[in-house]
Design a protein. Structure first.
Length: 233
């Protein structure tokens, strides 16, 4: 069997791939919940907030209490729904801007981004978090330099690309960068079902095993390439 071509596009998940899952659940989620009451009390009727409020179902956007309860319920169940993700990004923006939030990337990520860029490899992000939240994260990281946005060619989420466990989502992403056929793409994620979907779309795809990630089954290790650091790529 011929060797797979060297990737010309690297498509990256975020949680458990470039930064610890704990950052989202233990830092970003609590920050959003803490910030929400103040934002609702001061910005409820302001035009810049109305777009986020009005994206919620009417019964949940009827009052401060209803919206707060719904947000807490969704976040407690880690429901990945677009209107919640958009609101979270809005709440996190102030935290990043003031330095209260900084994305703790794994130490191999920043250097590898620079190496890929120098080699002409295109870096693209695909996460369940909103594109706005992705850009905030990569603009405020623990890497040097802290702002990695200039190295990233594009961003996709479940709104502009579709569910991450469906092959059609990866086909659609590849179609938007049609100068690179799917076989020249490499998707990296900690999620086995996402890796399988990318492979179904014709991409190369590896499972990323990081500290704090869920354990992998023996079958997953047999069926897929597993990497523990970008340094091995």
């Amino acid at each position: 069997m011929a060797a797979a071509p060297a990737p010309k596009v690297v498509l990256l998940d975020i949680e458990g791939t470039v930064c610890p899952i704990s950052f989202v659940k233990d830092v970003l989620f609590p920050y959003a919940l803490d910030a929400l009451p103040g934002v609702l009390s001061t910005q409820w009727d302001k035009p810049e907030f109305a777009q986020y409020r009005d994206a919620f179902p009417p019964e949940h956007a009827a009052s401060h209490a209803a919206l707060t309860q719904h947000v807490r319920d969704l976040m407690s169940r880690d429901v990945k729904i677009s209107y919640l993700k958009s609101l979270q990004g809005y709440l996190w923006e102030n935290g990043y801007r003031t330095g209260q939030l900084k994305a703790p990337l794994f130490p191999d990520v920043g250097p590898k981004f620079a190496q890929w860029t120098a080699a002409g490899v295109r870096i693209i992000i695909y996460s369940s978090g909103s594109v706005a939240a992705q850009k905030l994260l990569f603009a405020h990281t623990s890497a040097e330099p802290a702002n990695l946005m200039p190295l990233i060619a594009d961003y996709f989420d479940t709104v502009n690309a579709g569910p991450k466990t469906e092959a059609s989502s990866y086909e659609g992403i590849a179609a938007q960068h049609a100068d690179y056929p799917p076989k020249e793409w490499l998707f990296l994620s900690d999620n086995v079902k996402e890796v399988e979907a990318a492979k179904q779309a014709g991409m190369q795809s590896f499972i990323v095993e990081r500290p704090g990630n869920a354990g992998l089954s023996d079958d997953a290790r047999k069926l897929h390439t597993v990497v523990e650091s970008f340094e091995t790529l």
